[in-house]
Ligand binder design. Structure first.
Ligand code: ADP
Ligand code: MG
Length: 171
């Protein structure tokens, strides 16, 4: 990790199975490309969680997912609405749980998570109890003004496959 500026891709290995995979994006556009690539691998009922500080790039990554799903609407952070729905090749349910930190409120998450669309959840730890076991956790870490480390942690066989596919991304 100390050599992150010289090592573009690095992995964490447990046995022969990768437990997580990290990739560096050097521009906002690369983060969008990565989200776009991920969207090509998704199917109905898939859940992606996004963690990272304010300004890390969660919404930017979601823009890439939306773009890949053929959604032309402008994607903005749904902080005040909590859930925004977009129609694309698959519906996209874009959620931001930031305002639910001290709330037990269930906004019908199960129906979204098991629905026809793809759910992307920013600040997902605030609704941890509602999250399905099978999901892809994505952590975005700020490196400097234009560089981010994006780490994928898959839960379940489908997302392990997705992670391996994502590891072949070239910008
Ligand atoms: N490599 C990068 N990936 C994503 N965003 C980046 C990158 N470099 C710079 N940025 C900038 O960081 C900001 C990320 O904002 P946003 O996606 O709204 O963050 P969040 O939703 O995590 O609060 C944007 O202004 C974007 O242009
Ligand atoms: Mg955001």
């Amino acid at each position: 990790m100390d050599n992150i500026t010289t090592v573009r891709l690095y992995t964490f290995k447990v046995g022969v199975e990768l437990e997580a995979y990290s990739i560096e994006t050097k521009t906002e556009q690369e983060t969008i490309v990565l989200g776009n690539r991920l969207s090509q691998l998704l199917k109905p009922g898939n859940v992606i969680t996004l963690e990272g500080d304010l300004g890390a790039g969660k919404t930017t990554f979601t823009k890439g997912i939306a773009q890949g799903l053929g959604i032309t609407d402008v994607i903005s952070s749904p902080t005040f609405t909590i859930i925004k729905e977009y129609q694309g090749v698959l519906p996209l349910y874009h959620m931001d749980a930031y305002r639910l930190e001290f709330s037990e409120e269930d906004l019908g998450f199960d129906e979204y998570f098991a629905g026809e669309g793809v759910s992307v959840v920013e600040w997902a730890t605030f609704i941890e109890d509602f999250l399905p076991e099978e999901r892809l956790d994505v952590k975005i870490k700020y490196q400097d003004e234009s560089s981010r480390i994006i780490q994928f942690t898959p839960h379940g066989p489908y997302f392990k496959w997705v992670m391996v596919e994502l590891s072949h991304t070239h910008f």
